[in-house]
Design a protein around this ligand. Structure first.
Ligand code: PMP
Ligand code: GLN
Length: 396
């Protein structure tokens, strides 16, 4: 009797688990999965410890702890000038669960949802499980812009929603206000919802502004804004996320959420309330620190022979690897997956092959790219640099 359901059989294993396994096996320095190798800030850790010893260890209310929802609403006011009631906030097990619950709660089998490609790897499997069909719109390098006509053509009478991830994984694109206005106009014209994934909202470079689509005219009622604690507070393992939107949207998402997880780790929600109320200086220091790491890794990849594209936000650098691979190796490497495997095995540095973010028939678009994570300690980046720059010497 075949045990595995047809629903999940085509999914395979996520690229992050695959690359982590290979990296461990070969003792590689891991610039693959986007997870910091340093800890969350002390006030956030202390808040969690306090919560654990304050009798906050039973189920939280299904929609979330009131103080955490209030802090998320205040954060939206502080950074985006949004006036939101805590009733418009639902707390989920990370942005990942928020997205799945949103798709389940807001679309029906046979509906279509538009995504931009490269597309974060969980969205399309989420849609498949919900019986929803993806429609793809490409982001084109080097600037990762989209063609407005291609976008307009993706809207059909079946379109229920569009998903926008900004700042974007894996490209680091920050959608401009102008681009978001084009998207908003199409959403209004076709009566379509916008679901945004803003987990990198506080990590932007070179003065790039993160713009929240929900703040554009006419979009407050038709946007569901998703974010989480993981990236902003270097606590990816906590899996505390949220969805913000009009009461009817949030209620729809909660209908799914209540039967997926019911509620989320109570003490970590209490700590989230503290984290989100940290002063502006915390958020400024986070941005400055990542700007420094981004600049450093960009220069290092360049000197190792890569052609990196400068990200405007997020945790990652996309780099063309062709000039970095020694000649005799380049001729034998067909694509990004083979390059990543070779880099782990022979050089001892792990990256993510970004074809994981493309549908099967378009994976060739990513064949010359490698995605490197920059959310690492300086020592880790330095150790990766020593191995990567030796590449040139060996190749010469
Ligand atoms: N969305 C994007 C675009 C991501 O890069 C990630 C992973 N870091 C997530 C969602 C997952 O967020 P969470 O850990 O809060 O589920
Ligand atoms: N978002 C992280 C990345 O892109 C991975 C999160 C996960 O493993 N699901 O690296």
């Amino acid at each position: 009797m075949p045990a595995m359901a047809q629903r999940v059989a085509p999914f395979g294993t996520t690229i992050f688990a695959e690359i982590n396994r290979l990296a461990r096996q070969h003792g590689a320095i891991n610039l693959g999965q986007g997870a910091p190798d340093f800890d969350a800030p002390p006030p956030v850790l202390e808040a969690a410890i306090r919560a654990l010893s304050s009798q906050l260890n039973q189920y939280a209310p299904n929609i979330g702890l009131p103080e955490a929802r209030a802090a998320i609403a205040q954060h939206a006011q502080r950074f985006y000038g949004q006036s939101i009631s805590p009733d418009q906030v639902l707390i989920t097990a990370g942005a990942t669960e928020a997205m799945f619950a949103a798709i389940l709660g807001l679309s029906d089998p046979g509906d279509e949802i538009i995504v931009f490609q490269p597309v974060y790897d969980s969205y399309v499997p989420n849609m498949r499980m919900a019986g929803v069909a993806p429609r793809y719109v490409n982001l084109y390098p080097p600037d990762w812009t989209f063609d407005p006509d291609e976008l307009a053509a993706a809207f059909t009478p079946r379109t229920k929603a569009i998903i926008i991830n900004t700042p974007h994984n894996p490209t680091g694109k920050c959608y401009t206000r102008h681009e978001l206005a084009i998207i908003a106009e199409l959403c209004l014209r076709h009566d379509v919802l916008a679901i945004t994934d803003e987990v990198y909202e506080h990590i932007t470079y070179d003065g790039a502004q993160h713009v929240r689509l929900a703040t554009l005219e006419g979009m407050a009622e038709r946007s569901l804004t998703i974010s989480s604690l993981g990236k902003t507070f270097s606590a990816t393992g906590w899996k505390v996320g949220w969805a913000i939107g009009a009461p009817e949207l949030v209620e729809s998402v909660n209908r799914a959420h209540q039967f997926i997880t019911y509620s989320v780790a109570t003490p970590l929600q209490a700590a989230a309330a503290t984290a989100l109320q940290l002063p502006d200086s915390y958020f400024e220091a986070l941005r400055a620190d990542y700007q420094r790491k981004r600049d450093w890794l960009l220069a290092m990849l360049q000197s190792a022979g890569f052609q990196p594209l400068a990200p405007q936000g997020g945790y990652f650098i996309m780099a063309d690897w062709r000039d970095a691979a020694p000649d005799h190796i380049r001729d034998h490497i067909r694509d990004d997956v083979q390059f990543a495997e070779w880099l782990i095995r022979e050089v001892g540095v792990a990256c993510i092959p970004p074809s994981a973010f493309y549908r099967p028939e378009e994976k060739a678009r990513a064949a010359h790219f490698a995605r490197f994570a920059l959310c690492k300690r300086d020592e880790t980046l330095q150790a990766a640099a020593e191995r990567l720059t030796a590449l040139r010497v060996r190749g010469a």
